[in-house]
Write a protein that binds this ligand. Structure first.
Ligand code: ADP
Ligand code: MG
Length: 381
């Protein structure tokens, strides 16, 4: 392994959502063929891939079909059975390495890996029973949050518990989750001043190239908007980038990684979670960076030189959730704005909280980009 995989070869993407779609487009722009392996036909990525393997991620036949035609593979989601990833990598190079994805796909592994190496994380405990949840809750004076160890995203599989009392209903939910997952993670709900993320690429030769640090604002545990670049002290920016580099070096990481951070009222920085793939907070790179996070992923896994990550202006990315489709979604409103780009993922059904697309406002200053984004978003809802 370690060879260069040149344009003309075939890139395999496991997962067919919007991240897979944008990865496919980036790979094709560089002249690669793209095979998407999706559990559903008619997925966002299926509609742009050169061809598709449709089948369950635990189906051996689908796996054989995929590895037969693919030269190098990557994932667009960490929620793929680890045995499948290990089996794929027996036949073809898969980046990031399955053992790295195994860490990021399971909150116990992830928090454990970080805490063991003294990376800053919120106080947490792995729990197997309701009693342990109640104990942690009583010992912690603050609010806490219970999270399922696998399968969670966009706030799914998360429940925030007030500092005062756990209700009957919450206990029933915890029991249900324990039945389903055996194990949960409980952590202190931090009084955060803000959230930010670092997306960076690393290749086989150990080159490390970060994108600018960006600010993230969530609503109901779901990313609402990303502000690029972040309005943070240089000291914090440098610290976040050096923590990201340290993680990638310790993992001997090849590919693109997103590290989500919290900053508390005292300026302390905590690592929230790791995403071993392109991330929603990097969508702005499509419209204002020299290289997008999707192209950078393709460069990193094929061994091509990593791209220039400078941004050419400020920008704000705002997610468009299915709720906005309850009335008529106003495409024209967004498209008639100047310096604004719209991306729709092509999902057939608009459900509440489902990510349907995003827009990015582009401006010379962060303040102007925010103002523009706020005005436009308000006019849509
Ligand atoms: P997901 O996999 O759904 O992204 P996260 O653990 O990143 O799960 O949680 C989603 C969001 O919920 C975070 O970005 C943050 O806004 C909020 N959140 C989660 N855990 C905490 C915590 N311990 N303290 C404060 N906010 C939190
Ligand atoms: Mg998250």
């Amino acid at each position: 392994m370690g060879e260069l995989i040149l344009p003309g070869k075939t890139i395999g993407i496991i997962g067919g959502g919007q991240l897979g779609k944008m990865l496919s487009v980036a790979a094709q722009t560089l002249g690669y063929r793209v095979i998407v392996w999706s559990e559903e036909s008619d997925c966002p990525a299926c509609n742009v891939a050169t061809s598709t393997v449709v089948g369950s991620f635990s189906d051996q036949r689908a796996l054989n079909q995929f590895v037969e035609v693919v030269d190098v593979a990557t994932v667009e989601t960490e929620h793929i059975p680890i045995t499948t990833l290990r089996n794929v990598s027996k036949f073809i190079p898969l980046y990031p390495d399955p053992e790295v994805i195994a860490i990021a796909q399971n909150r116990r592994n992830e928090k454990g890996w970080l805490a063991e190496r003294n990376f800053p994380v919120a106080p947490f405990l792995n729990v197997w029973s309701v009693e342990e949840v109640i104990n942690f809750h009583q010992k912690t004076a603050d609010e806490v949050v219970v999270k399922t160890i696998t399968g969670g995203y966009d706030g799914k599989g998360q429940m925030r518990l007030s500092a005062k009392k756990i209700t009957e209903k919450e206990i029933v939910q915890i029991q249900e989750w324990l039945k389903r997952y055996d194990e949960l993670v409980i952590e202190t709900w931090l009084q955060i001043k803000g959230e930010f993320s670092v997306i960076a690429a690393r290749n086989k030769r150990g080159s490390f190239v970060p994108f600018p640090v960006v600010e993230n604002e969530h609503k109901d545990h779901i990313l609402h908007r990303t502000i690029a670049p972040a309005r943070l002290d240089k000291k914090i920016v440098d610290k976040a980038i050096s923590l990201t580099k340290e993680i990638m070096e310790q993992m001997d990481y090849v590919g693109l990684l997103c590290v989500e951070f919290f900053q508390d009222q005292n300026g302390e920085v905590y690592i929230n979670e790791l995403a071993p793939r392109p991330h929603n907070s990097g969508h702005y790179t499509l419209d204002i960076a020299v290289t997008s996070q999707f192209e950078q992923t393709i460069r990193a896994i094929t061994g091509l030189p990593l791209g220039d990550t400078r941004i050419l202006s400020s920008g704000v990315m705002v997610n468009l959730l299915g709720d906005l489709w309850e009335k008529d979604f106003q495409v024209e409103k967004i498209l008639s704005e100047s310096s604004t780009k719209l991306h729709l993922y092509g999902k057939k059904e608009a459900r509440p909280k489902r990510k349907m697309g995003h827009f990015t406002t582009i401006a010379n200053t962060v303040d102007l980009a925010i103002e523009k984004a706020e005005k436009l978003y308000k006019s849509l809802s």
